[in-house]
Write a protein that binds this ligand. Structure first.
Ligand SMILES: Cc1cc2nc3c(=O)[nH]c(=O)nc-3n(C[C@H](O)[C@H](O)[C@H](O)COP(=O)(O)OP(=O)(O)OC[C@H]3O[C@@H](n4cnc5c(N)ncnc54)[C@H](O)[C@@H]3O)c2cc1C
Length: 415
């Protein structure tokens, strides 16, 4: 592994740095830097509006959706250049949150399956932040097992009529378009009867109900469809091939989630270095030092695992399973770190929410967000399955309903 920039990478870095120095919204830097890992909220500004302004500025200068082709609003940058950009963008990268699903998952799927005309019409607006996209995959009966979904799309003339429900749809409440997977044929095994579409989220019959989270935020939603009409021209891939289309989205999802993982360790180290307890500074306590040492080992393991992936990218190779490992380790670590910080805070550790607890609520917000981190983009168990099957070559998970027609799979109401 060589962590130094090549001359071309160094040149790219200095270009990116100079542009960010001249254009980033400096007035938000301190607030973004101190926003907790579990709650990014700006006091005087709307995150989506500020994010849109930043995204548009980047797009106008050719710094948005870096790895996308120029024709579609990107820069045609290499994967390693994208990593360098993210390193340089630093805290301002938090402003890109509303666009990550569009850039990392929906855009690549549209790119792989839509006609040239549709790509040129939709992708540049997605890249510039003018239009936000969301991912409509999970349902109450189809999460880890997306292919268990029940939202129906039935052909009627040149249109499809959609009925059903999605859940946990991040950003649906501010999205313009959604990537929607539906069941078009219940008579064949579950992976075979699916079809993918994209739809205008303002279509008649789409109802978005926000879900209030434990940390007080509303990042995701339930989305209901009642006789929603989608033209056949908005189908992505062949009828019945939605599972393969969704694999493009899911592969990109794992890549994009893995590339921006946090562990909470730097925050914890700083906290312990400053926290005065009855027995002196927390960092001088033996039990705390032992915990910090073990987290430091895990954090550096993750750092070097991610550097190995970056090094592979720099050599033009595709990274291996590093993202699944990173997500698995970082997700549980952040939860442990936050829980221990709250123990150290004592009684004040249960405060969360009110204005005066905002500053002290960093670890509380982290703790409340951590379970979501361990579930989104594949739960811990699913990550373990991936590592077991694709890395260690262990026998596959038992999938008893794989070859059974979907409408013959026994369910509670259809035993
Ligand atoms: C913060 C957040 C944002 C999200 N955003 C979106 C979004 O924008 N769009 C979207 O479509 N979805 C989104 N999701 C949904 C997410 O993809 C699902 O929650 C996730 O795939 C798990 O599905 P589930 O919740 O139905 O749990 P289930 O699949 O029902 O799992 C329940 C439990 O069973 C375990 N389990 C399931 N299958 C297996 C197996 N084969 N082997 C071992 N254990 C297993 C799981 O690990 C889990 O512990 C989001 C979720 C979160 C938390």
């Amino acid at each position: 592994m060589n962590f130094d920039d090549t001359p071309q990478e160094a040149e790219f870095r200095s270009l990116a740095r100079a542009w960010i120095d001249a254009n980033a919204p400096r007035e938000l830097e301190a607030e973004l830097a101190t926003s907790s890992l579990g709650r990014i909220r700006l006091k005087k500004h709307d995150m989506v509006e500020v994010g849109k302004a930043w995204q548009k500025k980047k797009a106008d200068a050719g710094w948005a959706c870096l790895s996308w082709p120029k024709n579609y609003g990107g820069r045609g940058a290499t994967p390693i250049e994208k990593v360098i950009w993210q390193q340089e963008e630093g805290v301002y990268g938090k402003l890109t949150q509303p666009f990550q699903i569009g850039e990392g998952m929906c855009g690549p799927t549209v790119m792989a399956y839509a006609s040239e005309e549709l790509k040129r019409s939709y992708l540049p607006k997605l890249a510039s932040g003018e239009q936000i996209w969301c991912q409509l995959f999970s349902e109450p009966a189809g999460g880890s097992d997306v292919a268990g979904l029940r939202t129906r799309a039935d052909k009627k003339g040149g249109d499809w009529i959609v009925n059903g429900q999605k859940i946990w749809t991040s950003g649906a409440h501010y999205s313009d378009y959604g990537l929607l997977i539906t069941r078009t044929d219940p008579n064949v095994p579950k992976h075979k009867g699916l079809t993918m579409f994209f739809l205008d989220m303002k279509s008649r019959g789409v109802e978005i109900r926000p879900i209030k989270q434990a940390n007080g935020m509303q990042e995701f939603n339930e989305v209901y469809f009642t006789d929603v009409v989608i033209p056949d021209s908005q189908r992505l891939g062949a009828v019945g091939d939605g599972w393969n289309v969704s694999l493009t989205t899911l592969m990109n999802e794992r890549m994009s989630i893995g590339s921006r993982l946090a562990t909470g360790f730097p925050e914890m180290f700083e906290f312990c270095s400053n926290l005065m307890t009855e027995n002196g500074l927390a960092i001088d306590d033996r039990a705390t030092r032992s915990k910090l040492a073990s987290w430091a080992v895990r954090a550096s393991g993750l750092k070097y695992t991610s550097m190995r992936a970056i090094s592979a990218l720099s050599k033009g190779e595709r990274p291996g399973p590093e993202n699944s490992i990173g997500k698995l380790v970082a997700g549980s670590m952040i939860q442990d770190v936050a829980a221990y910080a709250m123990d150290l805070q004592g009684a004040a550790g249960v405060l969360s929410g009110p204005e005066d607890a905002e500053a002290a609520g960093k670890f509380q917000a982290m703790l409340l967000r951590a379970p979501g981190t361990r579930v989104e983009g594949g739960t811990d168990e699913i990550m373990r399955n991936i590592i077991a099957e694709r890395v260690l070559g262990l026998p596959g998970d038992i999938r008893v309903d794989k070859d059974v027609p979907f409408n013959k799979i026994p369910t509670k109401g259809r035993a």
